[in-house]
Write a protein that binds this ligand. Structure first.
Ligand code: SF4
Ligand code: SF4
Length: 428
């Protein structure tokens, strides 16, 4: 039906949709913004470079806790791969901090422009534009400091960072990094914004590789020529594209703003929107196939591995090794063997470990302090000697166990060791 005829016979307007993608996205944006701030502050995830620690899900992991770090990184990698194959660039449109803050800066700028225009309507246009620009930059400057602070908190403890910020530290590497990130953030949200997504963002390129014929897309379909060429879908698109040309444009971040725009415009004419989410270009009935099942299974595998590795983790890690530079020492009728220990306290509280011996009769353990105290986050290292009367030795090599038990409970560690004695001389 020609457009003019359609407008004359206007059907009753459709009720406005209860949920719009715009509102949904803004709610998710707000939740992601809170999560972005909370993650480093509550130790959900942070690479603490000065202390060489990796914080994950509230655990303080030491860089040598390779298994947990490996499972965590593999889990995150397959999470990104899986979500890209299935949902395309939805992460970009709904959760990416670059998108969230770019849109927020555009909204702030628009509102300031409107406010200045309304409040100072009698000013010449250039003066109004200049005032709006100055106001926008003045608001963006403290916001950039705040965002840079939140970002660097992923690598430096927030408390240390706050002290550096108050001292206006521009001498240490941390202070200079903070100033540089603040400047980059300011320039990014002033000039770059979503251009970043279509030029240098590696995730956008990755998506081009991972997407397939069933990946979620935004598609335009108008078999019955309902489009009234209002171009509202083009005007609302922050990425500056016309989705009607193709659903496969790399710039599209699947935000759904064009869906809302079309639903709103055509809804007033009693028609349905022409743009929608589909599984692939040809709207597959189901998104599932063997590739997706395998990726989800791998994700589950690494998720379970991570869960088990975290469950098996001990706050206090004890290591013991014999010192064999001298095999044994003889003194006052006793044989001495020397051992080296290391106790790493990876917990949040002070701890202590007590050493004891098993399966070595008449032996004594000589150590400066037993239990050995270890402060939270510290490593205690030292040596001790085990001795026994020469006459008690029955063999040159005897097997026994050193037990390291945390004071105040917790599982003990057992270390199988050997005790060396002088060769036994048989009587003639
Ligand atoms: S908003 Fe809908 S009706 Fe308007 S130009 Fe876009 S697709 Fe056509
Ligand atoms: S085309 Fe639509 S879904 Fe894609 S980025 Fe633009 S507004 Fe968002």
């Amino acid at each position: 039906m020609p457009v003019s005829e359609a407008v004359k016979k206007r059907a009753p307007a459709l009720p406005p949709p209860r949920v719009t993608y715009h509102r949904l996205r803004k709610t998710i944006h707000f939740a992601c913004f809170l999560a972005f701030l909370a993650v480093p502050f509550f130790d959900v995830m942070r690479f603490d470079i000065p202390r060489q620690r990796f914080y994950f899900a509230g655990y303080e992991l030491w860089i040598n806790e390779f298994a947990i770090i490996f499972f965590a990184l593999m889990f995150l990698m397959f999470l990104i791969i899986g979500s890209s194959i299935i949902y395309g660039r939805m992460y970009c449109g709904y959760m990416c901090p670059q998108m969230i803050f770019s849109e927020a800066s555009i909204t702030l700028q628009d509102r300031l422009n409107r406010w200045i225009k309304k409040r100072f309507f009698d000013w010449p246009v250039p003066r109004r534009n200049l005032a709006a620009r100055i106001l926008f930059l003045a608001a963006l400057a403290p916001a950039s400091v705040f965002l840079a602070f939140a970002f660097i908190s992923y690598f430096v403890p927030p408390r240390d960072l706050f002290v550096r910020l108050l001292a206006l530290d521009l001498h240490t590497a941390g202070g200079l990094a903070g100033a540089a990130v603040t400047l980059i953030t300011f320039l990014d949200f002033t000039f770059v914004r979503q251009r970043f997504c279509t030029t240098v963002c590696p995730y956008g390129y990755l998506q081009g590789i991972l997407g397939d014929k069933k990946t979620l897309l935004i598609t335009y379909g108008d078999e019955s020529h309902q489009c009234i060429e209002c171009k509202k879908c083009v005007r609302v698109c922050h990425m500056g594209i016309d989705i009607r040309k193709s659903p496969l444009q790399i710039e599209c971040v699947h935000c759904g703003e064009c869906i809302d725009a079309c639903v709103e415009v055509l809804g007033k004419l009693g028609r349905k929107g022409l743009i929608r989410y589909t599984w692939g270009e040809h709207d597959a009935k189901s998104m599932w196939d063997a590739k997706r099942v395998i990726v989800i299974l791998i994700l589950l595998f690494y998720g379970c591995g991570l869960f088990i590795a975290l469950g098996m983790r001990r706050a206090v890690l004890v290591q013991i090794a014999p010192v064999r530079a001298t095999l044994y020492r003889l003194d006052a009728g006793r044989v001495f063997n020397r051992f080296r220990f290391s106790i790493a306290n990876r917990g949040h509280d002070r701890s202590a470990v007590v050493f004891s011996l098993r399966q070595l009769p008449a032996a004594t353990l000589a150590i400066a302090h037993n239990p050995v105290p270890v402060e939270a986050g510290q490593t205690a290292q030292g040596e001790f000697e085990i001795s026994r009367p020469v006459a008690a030795s029955t063999d040159e090599v005897e097997h026994f166990t050193i037990v390291a038990s945390p004071v105040g409970g917790g599982p003990a560690d057992s270390f199988p060791m050997t005790f060396l004695s002088p060769p036994q001389r048989s009587s003639p």
